[in-house]
Structures are given as C-alpha cells and as structure tokens.
Design a protein around this ligand. Sequence first.
Ligand code: ZN
Length: 424
Amino acid sequence: MPLHVPRLRLHDTAGAATSPLPHGDGELSVFGCAPLPDTAPHIGHLTQFVGTDVLRRTLHWLGTPTRFLLAVPDIAAPAPAPTPTGGVPWAATAQAGAVRSRTEQNSAALHADLLAVGVLPPEQRPTSTSVGPVIDLVRSLEQAGFTYRLATGVYFDTGRLSEFEVFGDPGPELRALRAGAEPDPRRRHPDDFALWHLEDWRDLHAKRWASPWGPGRPGWHVGCSAVAATLGPTVGVHVGSESQRHHHHLAEIAQSEAVLPRGTRWVGHWMHHALLPTDSGALSRYRGAPSLASLRRSGFHPLAFRLLLLRSHYRARPSFTVEALSRAQGTLVRLAALARSARLPAPPGWAEARERTGEGPAAELLRRFTEALTDDLDTATALAVLEEALHEPHRDPGGFVASAADQVLGLQLSTADALVPTPG
Ligand SMILES: [Zn+2]
C-alpha cells in the first residue's frame, strides 16, 4: 500500500485561516522580499528567513521541491543626493559608484549571514532588479486603467479595487504611517501609492532612469511585483515580516492582481513572521539592532541564534535576550555532542524515515515530529522531539528521527564547524 504523505497546513494571513499547501503537484514557488540594501543587515532581518527556511526544508522533506526567489530591491534603495556633476550623468559619477558598491556589499553580507544561520540558498535569485520589467508593468497597469498622473509621478488608483485591506484593519496609526510615506497630498485616496516618481521627492533619492513618463525612478513597491512575475503569474507562498504586511505587501497585491484575470488571487498563502523584539523594545529596521558579526564577536555561534528562533512559533515574537541566547548556545552544544557520538545516518526523507522507523517508539517520535511541523510549522514542539530523540537514543535506535529532524530544522548538529567558537 503506498504511503500517504502528510500535507503541510500553513496559516494564510489573507484568509486568517490554516489550510493545506498544494504540494505533491511539482514544485511550489516561494517569494520573499529582501530588506532594502541601503543599510547593513542585522539579526532582525534574518529572523523571517529562518522561518521561511523551515518551511522550505519541511516541504523538501515531504517530497515537494520549492522554487524560492528572494527579491533584492536595489533600485528602490535610497541613494544620496548628487553633487553637481558638470553635465556628467549621475550614474557615471564616483558617488554613484560608491552607492552601487555599498548596496552590493550589504546584499552580499545578507546572503553570507543567511548561509551562516543555516538558510538554504534560494533556488532562484536575481542579482538585481532591472528597470525594464518595472516600466512594462507600470505600462500594463496604465493600459488597464489602474493609474493616474500627477506632477510628481504615476500613481496606483486604489479606488479601482473592490478590496484593498485584505489583511484586515491595520488601525489608525499604521494607516497614517502608510499615507505619510507618500507625500503628495493631491493623491485621490490616502492609500494610493507611487508606481513611478517623476520628481525627486526625497533628497536621499538621486537615481534616475528614462521612462515613457519622463526621467524618474520606480516607486518603492513595484519592483517586487515585476521580479515576482519571473516565477509565473501566481505565487504559491509569499513570505515576509509583519512590518511589511499592511503597506508594502498590500501594494504588491494591488498592482500584481490588477494585471491578472479578474478574481485571480496572486498569492496562495501569505506567511508573515513576527518581528524580533529586543530588551529595548521591538527591533526596527533602522538602527541599534545587533549584527550577526557582533553576536559572533561576543562568542555566539550563528546556529545558536537559529535555535533560539526555533523555540518560538514564527507568528509569535521570540524572546531575544542575551540570557536566552546563552541558553540556546548551551543547548546547541549539548545536542551537537549527542548527535556526534550517536553517529547519525544520512538524513532520510519522510517516506524513508516512515519505513525505517516501523511501528516502535521511533515511529511515535516521527509521528509527533511530523504532526508538529505540518501543523503550521510548530518548530518548538519539533525541536523538543529532536531533543528527546537525542537524549533517549533507545527510543530512536537507528537515529533516523534525530537525523531527519536535524536536517529539517537546519541545525547541522553533526556537521557544523566550530560549533563552540572561542570568545573574541
Ligand atoms: Zn516586496
């Protein structure tokens, strides 16, 4: 009798309900937006990608390949105001070169940090957003009647939509913040957002491209929809953080669905990760958040940070303190020692693990591990099962549950180098 592979049930923020992902029919596309590369990455940026990584690893384990595309919004990143260039195009100046190289450095640092915390590289990654597809998308929106022009740019007309707030009421504070991000008061509706800026409304932005509407630059949101279209007209799972939900992602939905056949949902499941709080309050994208490098300098292994995140559900804010990170590092070191002395086998996929564990206590551990992850990625319970399997090896005689669990949770217990770094 063929094994019945369990399905992963994931919470969808747009429907506020948990439902099975459509796996089993080939690969599932996953789309995420990287942070703006105008600042160096910090651990708050890494949080959402660890959750996304567990999603992908769980799907791979259950036999569904993913195609993950991480959009790097480099054309929307702020650049300093240009100094007079004496007729030389700004893009050709040394100042523009410095901005480009800083953007590239920040992007490279993000990808290095993601690898260090055990995030599998995206299957599909554009090195940068190009402006051509952005202009094409804005033209399509214009032809479909979803835009209007003001002296400052081309705007998306949210009044043309039957529904804009698909994630529920953001509350007055967020709504005001969102409206304030677009400073042109002549917009028809406070939710309308720029698709193309004709004027340099922030001194910080100085990059310009030629366009059918005149020289300018793309709006903040439109690049993501243009890049996501390379995955196909629709996306299986769109991942992101709660801070992107009521603004950036609503804009993405509006502009992506406007060019799809009426009534088509652009995204199957919206997976929003809670922000990482710190001792001094919620972590903002701007300042004061520690980098992974600074945690390393304090003697912490990047995978200890991963383990700390796994202790919380991705939709609940994890408790991030130095004490919690120290405890996570202690657990990581203990589990790694157990995994290494157990000489775990190569990680089996779900079907192989199910076969190898038979009907004994290992089957029970496997069942609990599978149920936890397929129930909206309950990583805390899944991690507890991994700890049980390693602490009580007689319940997992072949080590198949521990090996599979280590692979799916991405802790690399048997293989990670320098699991205990020397404090520097
Ligand atoms: Zn985006």
